[in-house]
Design a protein around this ligand. Sequence first.
Ligand SMILES: Cc1ncc(COP(=O)(O)O)c(C=O)c1O
Length: 453
Amino acid sequence: MKDDNFLNENNARHLWHPMAHPGAMQEHPPRIIRTAQGSSITDSDGNTVVDGVGGLWCVNIGYSCTPIQEAIAKQVTVLPYYSAFGGTTNEPAIELSYELREMFAPDGMARAFFTSGGSDAVETALRLARQYHKIKGEPTRTKFLSLKKGYHGTHFGGASVNGNNRFRINYEPLMPGCFHLPTPYAYRNPFDETDPKKLGDLCVKAAIDEIEFQGPNTIAAFIMEPIQGAGGVIVPPEHYMPEMRQITEKYGILLIADEVITGFGRTGDWSGSRHWGVKPDMMTMAKGITSGYFPFGACMVSEAFAEVFEKGDPDAASIFHGYTYSAHPVGAAAALACIRESQRLKINETAAARGDQLFAGLLKLKDKFDVIGDVRGGHGLMCGLEFVSDSAAKTPASPAMLKAAFEATYEAGAMVRIGGNNLLMSPPLIIEEAEIDTLLSALDVGVQAAANA
Ligand SMILES: Cc1ncc(COP(=O)(O)O)c(C=O)c1O
């Protein structure tokens, strides 16, 4: 590796970063993260901080998982790549498909289609959903419903069902036939309803109204995150997803649970759908499947869904979709090791316990600081702090306030993530009690900085 002078001189000069302005990156180059261990990261200036972000909601197992490291090293030596396009496959992919079926059988999942990440998994789900209806003789079912504030990645399909306009506007026009429903976000909603149960009921009614308006036989699928992540950790009331399951079933609409963040233990359960007692038709997965050690994702489908394809006419039911890296042997080996370690360490249980600790600490911070308008979480290790400049008027805090909070939190020992006017937290699920305390004390300093900004 070149020396620090070279790295600093070339940082962001020839590399455009996701979700950033290229010019601003050149003016204020991003921090170089050099090493990581357990739940901590170390930057090139030698600062070590608790990673309150888990990389990007993904390093569930932490940074020191030797079994994954060894599985990758071994597989890259034995078979670094071979195509999985019809005709050839590889050993780890076969084994992984079996393990995933076992792991997600309680959610009704039966088959996996492998991808290179979450956006690919969402794209796969949307395409297969349309094809499913075509095979069944209902070709008019092409539309998609999704929730405002939802995040489903950045491919054109995923961006079209995304519910945050900052990921949409610069890329419009997006895909036609995508319609957005109100999300049960109790702090801000068009109904001015703060009671979560009543708000959930209103959102369900709005969904029915939209389905009736569009015509149920024009709708292919409804996609939702069991808990919305990037949109600000928006937790629906517990009846919302089960009722939406009943409604989608009644109208013949497929339910796609986007489990890219919520899968593999983050909510305290192995899937977000299971957390709410729902069996969807399809699930999209990525992130925690390899804990970020290798880019990998999956779209899983139910037995009934699979049957339509498997018994369908080859012309209609062949899958003309897939990626060069679908079922990548190194990714599959990483996923196998990751899943085994996740189950052995019961990281879903630590997510629940540490998530309760983090949420309780954040609620205390809210009592202390007026700039915190809302605290969301309480379901595993995903939490959000929403910042306001005027708590009575709920005026969203300025980007400068968020930046002040972010920087001061980092200086005080923890990495967090800015998303709109929220600070978001999704640490590794193996994080220890004392590290959550460090995260909370660093946030105390950070929130004070926002209040002073
Ligand atoms: C719920 C959800 N779906 C899809 C994606 C897209 O995944 P990727 O960034 O791996 O393409 C994300 C990424 O954060 C996500 O949170």
